[in-house]
Design a protein around this ligand. Structure first.
Ligand code: GLC
Ligand code: CA
Length: 559
């Protein structure tokens, strides 16, 4: 097996709950993933990242784990996943599991034992602190889902820390036993054939043991000097690398919310032996209002100049020092076509335009289920949403603190909430879109009659077919994986243009991210002697004469 297989790979994320239900209970399951392996082979992807399917009370849709080694009955059983891993391997597809090791569910045996007393084996598995003299929380940190990051436990008469929901207590990584338990669990899954890990909020595992107050009173957990990344973060990740990742050749991509490209160079520098890649959030915040007090719910129009700047900084700073993980969508992000594109008049064009930007860059592209057919955000009402983050924030910001109106919150939710990506996968135009024969656990996007796999694949303007070509190009053309990167026209507010270069060859990626048309020649670097069209989302595009139409994207080999 090639050691750095992931550099040429495209990875597909499955959110199992919403992918395919095979037993009619309305919940997607592991057998559903297996049933669609053919489909994924046709798409051409190399690996599947499976969001958590472990035993869980589902407070945060499986990101609250009760038992890391047991599959939740709602998804099937352990045998099903072992079978899926073997089957996927027969097809040449690798399996990446989700590792949620910053916290567990409060239902896990570890936590149940830990809360019993201050002197049992599990007492120090979590982050416990005494109350202040007046009985209040140890500091002013807020949880990422709203409310305090501390929860009082009446039994232990102490507070425990939770960066997310109170049902997700944070593990104490200072305790070497915790770390060994996690590494053992990783070895267990390696023995079942798992090829790598997507690591949930892994840069939060080390806490600042001084527990400083956040200077911002509405602040999140805080580390002096470095927002989120605690003092021993690199040390712990390196240890995990030495104990598991390196000896067992497991791929790793860590979620790293606050990282900039400078932080990233430490995490993914191969010489430091920490992680292979990280997911940053930086480029996903280009539609967040800076001045807002409501966090992600204070939205503004997407700033393309800023997006270009951020993506370019990652391309340039990581070149030769590490590898990029490329994404626009996942289970925490809205559908990019609705968020930053035009999902009404130019749905196919904007879906393929964003795909072109992403797959033209250096790094490993991640495709989130449904992205490959240009699925959109549903226009839900507050009552329709399920997500704990959204509902907790709604209660806190709209109903209690009243810092944002219901209308503004709903408008933001329809644009950026996590639930936008969690509606069931749209396979065909039947009532439940082929997702289930029962009652779906979550409302479908009403547009599934028009937007679904079966229909898309019949069309000339098929998003799926466009992805197939992009993925094939990634496999075949070294210039995409290895070529250098140069941004052109950084100040242009509508068009994203960049070059990739390798061994005297130059490719030009031009993507119009607007409803307006421009002269294409304005975006070409020079008089062209020769041009070869590699891919274009308007089918009548043959050369560089004429207009660059709304949301038009193309890749050209030029000289
Ligand atoms: C990550 C996950 C998200 C989850 C959170 C807490 O950000 O992607 O879905 O809610 O961590 O586990
Ligand atoms: Ca099911």
């Amino acid at each position: 097996m090639e050691k750095e297989w992931w550099k040429k790979a495209v990875i597909y994320q499955v959110y199992p709950k919403s992918f395919l239900d095979t037993n009619g209970d309305g919940i997607g399951d592991i057998k559903g993933i297996e049933k669609k392996l053919d489909y994924l082979v046709e798409l051409g992807i190399d690996a599947i990242w499976i969001s958590p399917v472990y035993l869980s009370p589902q407070i945060d849709n499986g990101y609250d784990i009760t038992d890391y080694r047991k599959i939740d009955p709602m998804f099937g059983d352990n045998h099903d996943i072992y079978h899926l891993i073997d089957k996927a391997h027969e097809y040449g597809i690798k399996i990446i599991m989700d590792m949620v090791a910053n916290h567990t569910s409060d239902q896990s045996v570890w936590f149940q034992e830990s809360r019993k007393s201050k002197d049992n084996f599990f007492s120090d598995f979590y982050v416990w602190r005494d109350a202040k003299e007046d009985g209040s929380e140890p500091n002013n940190w807020g949880s990422n889902f709203g409310g305090s990051a501390w929860e009082w436990d009446q039994n232990r008469k102490q507070y425990y820390l939770h960066y997310y929901a109170k049902q997700q207590p944070d593990l104490n990584w200072e305790n070497p036993r915790v770390r060994q338990y996690i590494y053992d669990m990783m070895r267990f899954w390696k023995a079942k054939g798992v090829d790598g890990w997507r690591m949930d909020v892994v840069t939060s595992i080390s806490k600042d043991l001084h527990f400083p107050d956040n200077p911002n009173p509405h602040g999140k957990p805080y580390v002096v000097g470095n927002q989120n990344n605690g003092p021993r973060m690199h040390e712990f990740i390196h240890e995990m690398n030495q104990e598991v990742l390196k000896p067992f050749s497991m791929m790793s991509v860590g979620e790293s919310p606050d990282s900039t490209s400078q932080d990233a160079t430490l995490l993914v520098d191969p010489e430091r032996e920490e992680l292979d890649m990280i997911f940053t959030f930086e480029h996903m915040h280009v539609d967040r209002a800076q001045s807002g007090v409501n966090g992600r719910w204070d939205i503004q129009k997407m700033d393309l100049i800023k997006l270009k700047k951020i993506l370019s900084s990652w391309q340039i700073n990581l070149r030769g020092h590490g590898w990029n993980a490329l994404y626009f969508e996942n289970h925490d992000r809205a559908r990019v076509t609705s968020r930053w594109g035009n999902d009404k008049k130019y749905r196919y064009e904007s879906a393929t335009a964003f795909a072109t930007i992403l797959h033209g860059l250096q790094g490993t592209p991640f495709v989130y289920q449904g992205e490959e057919i240009g699925m959109t955000n549903p226009d839900f009402e507050i009552e329709d949403y399920e997500d704990i983050e959204l509902l907790d924030n709604y209660r806190e910001l709209v109903l209690e603190q009243k810092t944002i109106s219901k209308e503004a919150f709903l408008k933001a939710a329809r644009k950026i909430s996590r639930d936008n990506a969690r509606t069931p996968m749209q396979w065909n135009e039947t009532d439940n879109a082929g997702f289930t024969t029962g009652a779906p656990w979550f409302k479908l996007n009403p547009d599934h009659k028009e937007v679904n796999v079966e229909d898309d694949r019949k069309k000339d303007t098929s998003v799926f077919k466009y992805y197939q070509t992009l993925i094939r190009l990634r496999h075949e053309c070294k210039i995409l994986t290895e070529g250098s990167y140069e941004l052109l026209y950084p100040e242009d507010p509508n068009v994203f243009t960049y070059k990739r270069m390798l061994d005297g060859e130059t490719w030009l990626i031009v993507v119009n991210l607007s409803d307006t048309q421009f002269e294409l020649s304005d975006y070409l670097p020079q008089v062209l002697k020769k041009e070869t069209l590699i891919i274009a989302n308007y089918r009548d595009r043959t050369n560089t004469d004429g207009l660059l139409r709304p949301w038009e994207s193309l890749i050209l080999a030029i000289s």
